[in-house]
Design a protein. Structure first.
Lengths: 710, 710
């Protein structure tokens, strides 16, 4: 039995890895093919007329983005945005409705293809984290009851902890698939996503990410031939082309790296600040109308952003003059008929010319990253092109994150950072004259600095960069730039972008440690003003009224009959009953009784199918308006003791709020009873008392019940 | 103020990194020089007489080991063994006496040099983890009071959490220094050492390990010249020489890898089993005598083991015939005058011959690893040599781990595993005839399998191997072998070696999750049989008596005067007072009073220097026999309220023991009061109630006290 459970756990981790990798591959395949088609048509049209090409390009983009916005707005509203904040909240213990549904998964995948192929300033990396988590959540649910695919051995997996563990694996798999960085994926979860970490999880998540990397490698090998996967060929999957970057560093490079770090911290946090203000404005003014018209506004907004983006991408490079190719580089300009790569010819007349702004702007995002980080040719970009690109792309990224499409932040952050990084690199090469110093390496450092400033990711970013570049000698520089950038961004007092959005949505995410002034408050300061509680035996109608008039998720139950109404002096606390469980009890009319003095044997409670009480992840559970009770039933009674969680944590009224916070955070609690000061003390438990050997020696009769958890 | 604190935290992490790296470098330097001298003299002596050389070699080894055993036994008893179990216990919240003292650090460093240079079957990697932790603990202590180096700003760092964090950094630094694997170091702490992990810590530990790798690189560069660092030259610092290993793998290789994994699981756990039995036998019979004679036994035992080891190392290769060199390999046999490297000539007469067993046995451990993992020459070793080496080295490793010297387990595990791994590799090359399959790669996989079997380290081992070999294509094979080996070893039911030793020493380390049968017990089942408690105002003599007769570390205090002796019905629980604090109160005679009805204003308590109450890590704190009280003082009273921790966690008597365990483990508690069932409930706290914004809005007056923790 135990081995079956263990095997199932690992098998599910394997399936999550394979599933996430395959999904990531399919997304990439579709994006590359759609974008390839778009650029291929546009370039053909450009031969006859620039205006016609612009319209073709723009319409293509607007349609793709509109399809993405429609599916997200009308079908899967939870698929909007990056998804990382939502996953973070779920792993913190907050059950946001609908974020891990099957329809969210579909919306995320299809929407992501539309928004990325449509040329928006978004990436597909963030959404992949959400995608992986959705796949994991759906697997952990133990099949689907609706399609009768729910064998019993599969259902036992359906508990909160196992589900949370598997979702963590899914999140890791997403990052690993996005960057092909197995170790980086695990560290991402440890640093950014997960609130609780168990050592056993490290190994399982790493297994998942390794499966991802093996699967992706196999799938990409299958696409090796030129025409096997359409336009996919050499595109897809961000790979920083930095193998030709510098392999040594000099002490004086610490100064430009310090500057880059400061720039990254300031620009990253101003990105957050502006985007936060914009999001608040959107909620307050743009989306203030009622439901259906708000949805139309969202789609129109997305199409408008797509229009602006396309216009910038096409028209700005027109204003730039062409640059001469280095004759040593065979692929300059990019040969006709190839739709990805460096040195985009665009409208340049000469055979040996390329348009530097078009190379990074009129291209897929992945290609633009590779081109910006490339060290193939120094002075590839004019400073004007880089500055123009940065300014416009920054604005586009700010307005795009928050519209109703799936949108990752890694790619825009990398592009913004790489632009000013390359500028600093150009300065460095011209000042020092050191041929070993590469602009591409500085672009990479710039990208790292912007990510550290906006998202405050450090370890995982550092490891992802190491894994991508395979260049351990860069470690000190990367680390220094991340350190400075995060410190500067923290000093500004602006929250990291994900936390900012969690904050704007007023989700009660608990950070690891409480504010210091919590020490000066006590539990009774924080407790709810009114205490809604049930007696042990309650009238069904009263329970229904309480559920209707209060939104609490748990209610304390005290030992008291409805005949003698609750008085704090005489009644002892039995425990907490959950709202979900009460809803199930009322809906299924479980053990209603006529006479309040009947007492139900608690053992009877176990005759019910306990899975009835488990809230499925794919639906909202029982809703209040599903409950139909006759007047007669409303006058019946129910003995709540059988549904109460008797082992509920309770704190005394004078407990410091800082310790209450620790309790919530450390154990992932959702509610806690505040009780009066204890009358006396029965004993003390020390560590020695709860070491398994000691307990076994004292209570040998329970040992046969032993079954280790791992 | 806050920034100074933050800056101090990072500065200390930097110093820990530099300190650990420098110490590791010095240990390596000394080991290589001592061992180099030893081999150089022995080889010179061999020219005249084998017997003379043997005696020289043996005496050198026995003397080195004796010096190590003496310093550990007589001066620093806590420096024995690997140190990883002790660090793990400290990070789990158990305060083992003396493990992080300065004298332990000295003993560890000097002892490690002696035991490794003395040729014992031990490594210097495990002790480095302990060394790093000691350095961190000493720094975190806020200077030394004894040498008056304790400025006030430095002392504020002296609290449990900051100290634990810094010790975690130290442990990471140790692993990073041992294997030159910065990411592996961080993952080692997450997987193996730390019980509590905060996301902020990830970044700080990674910073430390990066500092370590930069420092070591710089120090090794300083030794680049031939004669700069004596015999150190090309030696020191394990570097798996696997760059010439295979870069591809075939599906059919999964079978031998499966076999390797199974072998590793079985052999690793039998290593644990035999070593565990031996350790218990040692405690029961060998060390049963009283203090001073036990110490002599320990030193003699270590010298005996050194004698046996040296004899095997010198005499076994004599029984083996010489093998012919591959003429393509210039360094075969190892040139005369070089004291490290592959293809040891030993007693071989021919100019083109080497002794295969001597190459791995009569060499430093680091060299032996490099030689076993080398793919320079296939069929370098005869199967007999590998089998002989494995059998004897396994026995040596079993008897050595547990004697009174600092002894790491990584190196013996790697050597054992690499021996049978290479055997399997030889089989594979001869069966498949595939020239791409390398014996050295199989040796590496074997090493990984033995480590996973004995220590059950997986993620960190995998990442360390990836970092050392710089070969990401090996990932699937390494992962598969680790997975199988850990699963097989877990199935045997034998504990991992570190946990086994913790278990034998009866240390109450709390694993992450409790046994399943804990659910069937309640808090009152586990609580101490007798409840020793104090009233609010107690007689000094009574407190002293209780401290003398009970070893508890904390005592509950209830609101009651000594005049009306404690009755559970009427007295409310005030909190817990710590043994250490009571000892300080009694020693310093703080606020003793004649009249029990006097009540001390709790604010007065803060007039005492609070650092008086902090137990320094470098000493045992106040001891009972340091307290001198006159009869008159014994008859005085003390109001305990001012020393009580009023925010103590308490659970109701019927709380399930599984939840109690979670509370201990999740919050790192040391004791917990069990109280009667609460009379009524005052309110409920939900997540929303303790989100900082909500609290701030309700209690704006405390906001000015805000100071974030990070």
């Amino acid at each position: 039995h135990q081995y079956r459970y263990l095997a199932l756990k690992w098998a599910l981790a394997l399936v999550v890895g394979v599933g996430t990798a395959t999904t990531a591959f399919l997304i990439n395949l579709m994006v590359e093919n759609l974008a390839g088609l778009k650029f291929s048509w546009t370039i053909q049209a450009m031969a006859s007329s620039s205006a016609g090409a612009y319209f073709l390009y723009m319409i293509f983009n607007v349609l793709l983005v509109a399809s993405s916005a429609c599916i997200v707005t009308y079908f899967a509203p939870q698929a909007t945005g990056s998804g990382i904040p939502e996953v973070k909240c779920y792993l913190n213990g907050i059950d946001l409705p609908g974020i891990l549904l099957f329809r969210t998964l579909v919306g995320k995948v299809v929407g992501s293809v539309g928004s990325v192929a449509g040329g928006l300033a978004v990436g597909k990396e963030g959404p992949l984290v959400h995608t992986g988590s959705c796949i994991a959540a759906l697997l952990s649910q133990g099949g689907s009851k609706r399609v009768h695919l729910s064998p019993k051995w599969f259902r036992e997996f359906n508990n909160d902890r196992d589900r949370r563990d598997l979702v963590t694996c899914g999140a890791c798999a997403g990052v690993a698939a996005a960057f092909r960085a197995p170790v980086g994926g695990v560290l991402f979860a440890i640093e950014e996503a997960a609130s609780f970490w168990r050592p056993q999880l490290t190994w399982r998540t790493f297994f998942t990410t390794a499966v991802v990397s093996v699967t992706i490698r196999a799938l990409m090998n299958a696409c090796k031939g030129e025409s096997d996967c359409g336009f996919f060929g050499g595109g897809g999957f961000i790979i920083f082309d930095i193998n030709d970057g510098q392999s040594e560093y000099w002490i004086y490079e610490l100064l430009p790296v310090l500057i880059l770090g400061t720039l990254g911290g300031l620009l990253g946090s101003s990105f957050n600040y502006v985007n936060g203000k914009l999001t608040q404005w959107r909620i307050k003014y743009l989306y203030k109308n009622h439901h259906s018209s708000r949805r139309h506004v969202k789609v129109i907004e997305a199409m408008l952003v797509a229009f602006i983006t396309s216009t910038f991408q096409f028209c700005l490079p027109l204003a730039f003059s062409c640059r001469e190719c280095d004759p040593d580089i065979a692929t300059c300009p990019r040969p006709a008929g190839v739709h990805y790569g460096n040195f985009v010819k665009f409208t340049c007349p000469g055979d040996n010319q390329y348009n530097d702004l078009a190379t990074i702007f009129f291209n897929t995002q992945d290609d633009a990253i590779r081109n910006l980080l490339s060290s193939e040719m120094e002075q590839e970009y004019s400073p004007t092109a880089l500055v123009t690109f940065f300014c416009f792309f920054f604005v586009l990224a700010v307005i795009t994150y928050g519209i109703s499409v799936p949108s990752g932040l890694f790619v825009p952050s990398i592009l913004c950072g790489a632009a000013y990084g390359r500028l600093v690199g150009m300065l460095m090469t011209s000042i020092t004259g050191n041929a070993e110093i590469k602009e591409g390496t500085y672009a990479l450092l710039g990208a790292a600095s912007f990510i550290a400033g906006a998202m405050r990711m450090t370890v995982s970013m550092c490891v992802i960069i190491l894994e991508l570049t395979n260049n351990l000698s860069l470690l000190p520089l990367v680390m220094f730039v991340l350190l400075v950038s995060k410190a500067v961004a923290d000093l500004t007092g602006i929250l990291p972008i994900y936390d900012l959005h969690i904050h704007i949505k007023k989700i009660p995410l608990l950070e690891h440690s409480s504010e210091r002034y919590f020490r000066h408050l006590s539990a009774s300061d924080a407790k709810s003003k009114t205490c809604v509680q049930f007696g042990r035996v309650e009238k069904v109608g009263f329970i229904l009224d309480v559920l209707k008039s209060h939104t609490h998720n748990g209610f304390p139950v005290v030992e008291a009959h409805p005949t003698d109404r609750v008085t704090n002096e005489t009644s002892t606390l039995l425990g907490i009953v959950l709202r979900n469980h009460l809803l199930v009890v009322l809906k299924k009319k479980i053990s209603f009784m006529k006479d309040p003095s009947e007492v139900v044997d608690p053992v009877l409670a176990f005759q019910y199918d306990l899975t009835e009480f488990t809230k499925p992840i794919s639906s909202q559970g029982v809703k209040l308006d599903e409950i139909r009770l006759t007047d007669e039933e409303q006058n019946m009674y129910v003995d709540l003791k059988q549904f109460v969680n008797t082992s509920t944590y309770a704190v005394q009224e004078d407990m410091s709020l800082a310790k209450v916070y620790q309790l919530f955070r450390g154990l992932g609690l959702r509610h806690l009873c505040v009780v009066p000061k204890a009358t006396g003390v029965l004993g003390v438990i020390t560590r020695k008392d709860i070491v398994p050997e000691h307990v076994e020696a004292q209570y040998p009769e329970v040992k046969h019940l032993s079954r280790t958890n791992s």
